[in-house]
Design a protein around this ligand. Structure first.
Ligand code: SAH
Length: 217
């Protein structure tokens, strides 16, 4: 089969797989269909870019499994007028998906190399509403403002107050909470008038969120 025939079939299977696993929000499915995942993986992984698995990227990090990206995006309940903060840019794939669904995405990464690569990719794809910031998700500067939604794509043992403070009233935050190695619980927090409501979603496996900027590039 030709390369384009193969890729059309792969993309169809990709969409069917997400639907079969319960992703039903049409806007989310469309966003995943629109973002060329093969541009976010390492060159030697292009052939398997649409497989439903996490893949290794630079700096020993990972691009998340497509199902988890779709699931988290759906559970984040975004609106086109939202400003969204992502902690853990990695490849930039999740940020590209969110950029299709929200007014603005600010994504924070502790590795400068990953941030620079993601910024270039997102610019090449024309994602003009994404800002990639080199920083520490445990210490997000006030100058970034507040957000309607926050999505953390690295595992945290506890949720820092400094991050909760970046969330608007009525805002929603998704965080994988649990040990740095092994399985974490994906948690959804809603900042209500009477305090924070917490809901457990699915078990997930993310690389750990580490404190501070990365020492190496
Ligand atoms: N969302 C990414 C995958 C995230 S992998 C994607 O779509 O490809 C987790 C990322 O979080 C890694 O790149 C890691 O370097 C980053 N990270 C870990 N701790 C962090 C912290 N404290 N602040 C910002 N980024 C962090």
């Amino acid at each position: 089969m030709s390369a384009s025939g193969r890729s059309a079939r792969e993309k169809l299977n990709f969409q069917l797989g997400l639907r079969r696993r319960g992703i039903s929000d049409q806007a989310v499915l469309r966003a995943l269909e629109d973002v060329p995942r093969e541009q976010f993986v390492e060159p030697h992984d292009k052939e398997v870019a649409y497989a439903d698995t996490a893949l290794g990227i630079a700096c020993g990090q990972t691009i998340s499994q497509p199902y988890v990206v779709a699931y988290m995006t759906e559970q984040l309940r975004t609106h086109p007028r939202h400003r969204v903060l992502e902690i853990g840019t990695g490849s930039g794939y999740q940020a590209a998906v969110l950029s299709r669904l929200c007014r603005q995405v600010v994504t924070v990464e502790r590795y400068r190399t990953l941030a620079d690569t993601a910024r270039a990719r997102l610019a090449a794809l024309g994602c003009r509403n994404v800002e990639v910031v080199v920083g520490d998700g445990y210490d997000v500067p006030d100058t970034l403002g507040t957000f309607d939604r926050i999505i953390v794509t690295a595992a945290m043992e506890t949720i820092p107050d400094s991050l909760m403070e970046r969330l608007e009233p009525d805002g929603i935050m998704l965080v994988p909470v649990g040990p740095p190695e092994g399985v974490q619980q994906l948690v959804r927090l809603r900042k209500g008038a009477d305090g924070v409501e917490q809901e457990d979603l699915i078990p997930v496996r993310f690389v750990p969120a580490l404190v501070g900027l990365a020492k190496e590039l």
